[in-house]
Design a protein around this ligand. Structure first.
Ligand SMILES: Cc1ncc(COP(=O)(O)O)c(C=O)c1O
Length: 233
């Protein structure tokens, strides 16, 4: 975040954090979503704090921005049928809010289980000699929440298919970087312009890390990855 904040200052740009996968995460002991001017969180069911349908929240420490956001989500005004701004309808559904209120109390416990699972993966994979790159778990001033446990690997798509054939779900976050998305074609970027993003998009694979994942499950996932590379050597 520091380089991004510096870039923002340099160019007079407001930094908005996409903290959708980072609820409870900390950078230099600051909570994600409270570092930039605003933080956006998704409560999509797959998130660490997931609703039973779509929901989300925007956080800010700036009272003026808070006021503006509160208006924008309610068709641009606080008073029903009086619109100070052109806003949107972005109210959180009451039933989703009720689910989230209950689940919020479990978040720290679930996060701890995710962290334990991540550490166990690192131990298990580190003991093997596989063509995969593990995520770096920064040891200082940092709290990882592991919405994903993402490895980078050789022959990613084949490995994903092999995992699926062995009953292990995995996912690619994300297969196509933003600069190559059709919706941004008018910006004029081409393949090769952002080589790091493109390389990661071809190599990233997220393995199951959810809180309920057992040690036995993890041993199985690791053994399937190891078998894939051993059999196809
Ligand atoms: C990093 C990140 N940002 C934004 C989103 C979008 O969230 P939503 O679909 O709730 O708008 C996601 C969803 O997976 C995400 O992972």
């Amino acid at each position: 975040m520091d380089p991004l904040l510096e870039l923002g200052l340099k160019h007079g740009a407001v930094v908005v954090e996409d903290a959708a996968q980072a609820i409870g995460a900390e950078y230099k002991w600051r909570r994600c979503g409270a570092i930039g001017a605003m933080g956006c969180f998704s409560f999509y069911p797959g998130m660490n704090l997931g609703a039973y349908g779509d929901a989300g929240i925007v956080t800010t420490n700036d009272p003026e921005l808070a006021e503006l956001l509160a208006k924008l989500r309610l068709h641009g005004g606080h008073n029903k049928y009086y619109h100070e701004l052109v806003g949107i309808n972005s109210r959180i559904d009451t039933l989703q809010a009720a689910v989230l209120k209950v689940k919020l109390g479990h978040l720290d416990g679930w996060t701890q289980r995710r962290q334990e699972n991540a550490v166990r993966y690192v131990k298990l994979f580190s003991a093997l000699d596989l063509p995969i790159q593990l995520p770096v778990i920064a040891p200082y001033q940092t709290r990882h929440v592991f919405n994903q446990f993402t490895i980078q690997c050789e022959r990613r798509d084949e490995l994903k298919a092999y995992l699926a054939s062995c009953g292990v779900g995995s996912e690619i976050y994300y297969p196509l970087p933003l600069h190559l998305q059709a919706c941004f074609a008018d910006l004029g970027y081409e393949a090769g312009d952002l080589p790091v993003s493109e390389r990661v998009a071809q190599r990233a694979l997220s393995l199951p890390v959810y809180p309920e994942l057992s040690e036995e499950d993890q041993n199985y996932v690791v053994s399937v990855v190891a078998r894939f590379y051993k059999e196809s050597k």
